[in-house]
Structure formats: C-alpha cells, structure tokens
Design a protein around this ligand. Sequence first.
Ligand SMILES: *Cc1c(COP(=O)(O)O)cnc(C)c1O
Length: 415
Amino acid sequence: MDYDRVRESDPDVADALEAERDRQRETLEMIASENHVSEAVMEAQGSVLTNKYAEGYPGARYYGGCEHVDTVEELAIERAKELWGADHVNVQPHSGTQANMAVYFAMLDPGDRILSLDLNHGGHLSHGHHANFTGQLYEVEQYEVDPETGYLDYEALREHAEEFDPDIVVSGYSAYPREVEWERIQDAADAADAYHLADIAHITGLVAAGVHPSPVGVADFVTGSTHKTIRAGRGGIVMCDEAYADDVDSAVIPGMQGGPLMHNVAGKAVGFREALDPEFEDYAEQTVANAEALGERLQEHGFGLVSEGTDTHLVLVDLRESHEDVTGKDAEEALEDVGIVLNANTVPGETRSPFVTSGIRAGTPALTTRGFDEDDCRYVADLIAEVVDNVDDDDVMGEVAEQVQELCEANPLYE
Ligand SMILES: *Cc1c(COP(=O)(O)O)cnc(C)c1O
C-alpha cells in the first residue's frame, strides 16, 4: 500500500501517509472506537465520488448527474436496513456526532430538555456536555452509573426522568463495558413521555451481528458512527421509524448539512456489504471473546475493571485499585512508548482531571480485525501489566516493545 501519486504531487503529505500506515502496522491499536477498514472500503472512500455534489436524496437531488451516486446511496441504505432492521435510514451524516445533531435538530427546540449519561461515566460530548452545542442549546441533566457496581442504575434513571421531565432520554455510550437493557431505558423515557435516542456508535457492529441486543424497534431513534465496530467508511447514520423519516431527513439537509460526502457514503455501502457476510458474525463474536480474555487476564494481574468485566468490545480499567500512583495519562504514555495504543479514560467516581484521569480504556475491535484471538489478547494483557508495573524501567519497556513488534509481524496489516 503505497502513495506514489500523492508523492509525485506532495511528498510531505506522502511521507505522513506512509508513516501513518507504518504506525498502524507496527502498533497494537486498542482505542476502542477505532478499527482497520478493508482496502475495498478505502478504495471506495478515495474514489471519484469525492467530486460529486448530491444535495438531496436518491431520486430527488438539487443537482444533475446523480444517477450513480443514487445507486450508491440506495445500496448503503438497503444494506443498513438489512443489517439493523430499521424502517428508515439516513446515511448522510458526516459523523456520529452529526447523526445525533440531526435527531436533536429534528425533534427538539432550543431550551428543551435532554437527560443523558455523564461523560465521566461513559457518555459522549454530543449528549449534552457543557462545552458541546448540546450543552449550550438545551437544558441538560445527567444520570450516572452505580458507583459501587459500575452498572447503569435503571431504577435511578427512571426516577430521574420522572423528576426532570426531559424531552429526550439519550442512551448508548463511549465507555460502558456492559450490555445495555434498552427496554429499561425506554421505560424511563416513557415515564416522562420523552423520545428515546439510542446512540450505538461504538457497538454498531456488535448489534448488527446480534452479539449485543438491538435498540432498533425499542428506541425512537438509533444513531451511530459507521467506522467503529461495524468497520465501514467513516461517518454517521440515523435510523428511525417511518413516522420520523421526513423530520430526520430534512434535519440533515437542508437543516444542518450541505452536500453529502458521497465517497464516504460509498465506503459505508462497501463496509455494510462486508458486514452482511457470515464471517462478520464470527468477527463480532471474536471481538467480544477477546475483550473478555483481555479483561480476565488483567484481573489476574491485579487490575480492577469497572463493572468487574465486560460484555462488549472494551474494558475499562480503574488504575486506582492496583496502581495508586499511576494515572491514566502515565499508563497511556508508557504503553504508547512500547507500541500499545489506547487512551486514558475517566472512571466512575473520578478524582483526577479529564486530561489526567485514573483509568484506561482498551478495546479489541482493531486487534480482532488483524486476526488476534483470546490467547493473543491474554498475552497483550501480560504486556500491559508489565508496562504499567514498570513505567520507569527502560529495560522492561525495551523488551516489551520487541514483543509488541513480534505480535504485529505475526498478524500483518495491509500487506
Ligand atoms: C464515537 C461516538 C460518537 C461520535 O462519533 P463521531 O463519529 O466521532 O462523531 C457519538 N456517540 C458515542 C457514544 C460515541 O462513542
């Protein structure tokens, strides 16, 4: 995978692209929201569709020459319907955040009320954080996970909904390792006569493969990113009942976006097609089995996991339980030095700033794409423990870095 034509035009960017390709090949990508898409998805994203304006929707565009992009968008929509079983799908949001924005813009007025999970407890900026437009346009209250168990507290959520009377309840999370009981969140939304937005950004692939329960048919709106566990082109998606279709579509355009990124829509179509292959189910199952194996071995090394385990593609380590003096940032940096890339993450009951944190979040979607199995992930857990136990020991770090390289070579990427 070379960038010869970029090199002819722009050697500086070509250098950076090849360096990034090599970085991906030579590191263990454990950021839970990341994945490695197929070369077919990348080719679609780098296609002639980048040239095309296609404001509007298939069959009803503001521009001519749209017959082929119509085909691509219709394919993306059909496949998404097949993957997730939704009545109506909009594949144009530029990202998961824009997908959420479309739902808020379609259904809420400024000043309306959002009830969502606190960012420190696993929520997302676009769910009402004060620095995000949602925190500024809407009135937001947030629920939390049970500080003892790390699980969502559905009873407390329902009571909170009854008291606060939100217009929308948001579920779906960035750092929640456990299965979400969508019906119980729907109960809370019903108690306040509120809409329910289930943002499955992280778990799109797990839901499509049936390894996590689906909120489609439960929540009013289901949104997601298309480049996380579903491993398609970069972007977002909104799914809803036919009853809300027009509202959502007109919120996306003309409401908040201009021309769709048709090259990315093509990447979504190709990735969704790949996810319809039976092997994708194996992939999703293996991703979860790998996260379980990783988590169990970390626990054997003495690490504390939020909720004491996982049902999904990620584990959330609370370092305070095993390494009082090592912050999430310290661990992130030491691990990056040996080629294990993950992120510092706040944990429930966080005592440090969001830039420092007391936790690390580790996901298995990208490793599983590379071919890692449970044994490999247990070995990765051994390496993580070795690093976190010895953050200041250069000899240990050097040895682990070599072991990481061996693992990368045994599971090659983009050959
Ligand atoms: C990643 C994520 C998003 C947003 O995704 P982008 O595609 O980065 O905009 C939204 N919600 C949740 C819960 C996420 O984890």
